[in-house]
Ligand binder design. Sequence first.
Ligand code: C2O
Ligand code: CU
Length: 452
Amino acid sequence: MPTRRDVLTGLAAVALTARPLGAAAPLDLRAAAGRAQLAPEGYAPTPVWCFDGTVPGPEIRLPQGARLVRRLVNDLPVPTSVHWHGIRIDNAMDGVSGLTQEPVPPGGSFLYDFALPDAGTYWYHSHTSSMEQVDRGLAAPLIVEEAEGPDVDADLVLMLDDWRLDPETVEIAPFGNLHDLSHGGRFGNLVTVNGRFESRTPTRSGARLRLRLVNAANARIFACALQGMEGWIVALDGMPLETPELVAAPLTLAPAQRVDLIVDVTAETGSEAGLVSVERDGAYMLAAFPVQGSAARTRRPAPAALPPNPVPAAGDPAAAPLTTVRMRGLPSAEHEGVRLEPRELMERGLFWALSGTAGRPERPILDAARGEVHRLALVNDTAFPHGMHLHGHHFRALGPDGTPGPLRDTLLVEAGQTQQVVFVADNPGKWLLHCHMLGHALAGMTTWLRVS
Ligand code: C2O
Ligand code: CU
């Protein structure tokens, strides 16, 4: 028999958790320490930081136009926050600690609740001390589905990452290596796909697959090619291409970039198709697709373009005002309002500047009125490539003749290259612009713009 007291506490609990009809309780997203079998079988699992106990974290998959509602619960020993990379999001939900929200302290929580305007392949990751936190495993795919998706036999996310593990203990190597920060970034010695050393997905000859590639690595630029498969690029950084493009040359994915492919398995039964990584000294299998049986169909026609997302058109880019964002290594630069010499910058772990400022400046690099069209000239005056990411917007890189290319949120700018981009500043708020080689972002390559 329940006592009267049990009943009363039960009722009180009901009253406390009562919500308006129709509103479901938000799901939790728990950031905590965990373990993941990153190294091959036979090695110990690696201590990681992760969402909901897995590396990568749980795939969130919602229909276009839905709201994403998650209560971040921080069970880490350090403050954290979540950035929803590539979502044209409400600024307060962008997850940049110190700019759009306070970091969530250990034991604290934060309710993320926002609309998903665009279909496509996105991802979410920590945006507090991201150099370390993303590298320790706080990253996961976010898939927004089209109302009517393409006709495929499977829809698979391949999240590429690399890890720097101690070869003996397979623990994540310590952070704070200044050589990483001042050079190409923190490269790993173990590449994983969806958190696994080996990725094998059985398929059939003739099957048509949608592959969603996400580069979650800290610094590694992946160059990928197809083996035993033929296919088309249908979207970049979530945004559909107007016309699917046949995969010919290797696909380049800078950190944070995504590529959606639709591929047809051409390999015969008993052989192996796959996504391979192309490197200077040869190629190796990233994700294998052992072919077992045949889908027994005739070859399908090329896929149609995915439905476009509601991104406003920029009009004639030549008419848009131009802001220069100059990337430099080891200049004398401004930091927190003070001019410092290279040595003083190095002492603070700063090795890079954007337009003369190392680290996020007090004032935005651009103040745009809502709805204005703007150009940025991303000038790479350094000896390294940089993958520049703008929050809250997608932009188009301009070709040599000024023609706008496909929509992107992260652009690889090669050493010595200048790349102009155009975008409609239609999303009010404070938006970060930074290199997504996270060591570079930490060591100075971070700025921001404001739309009001
Ligand atoms: Cu994917 Cu500023 O981040
Ligand atoms: Cu960089």
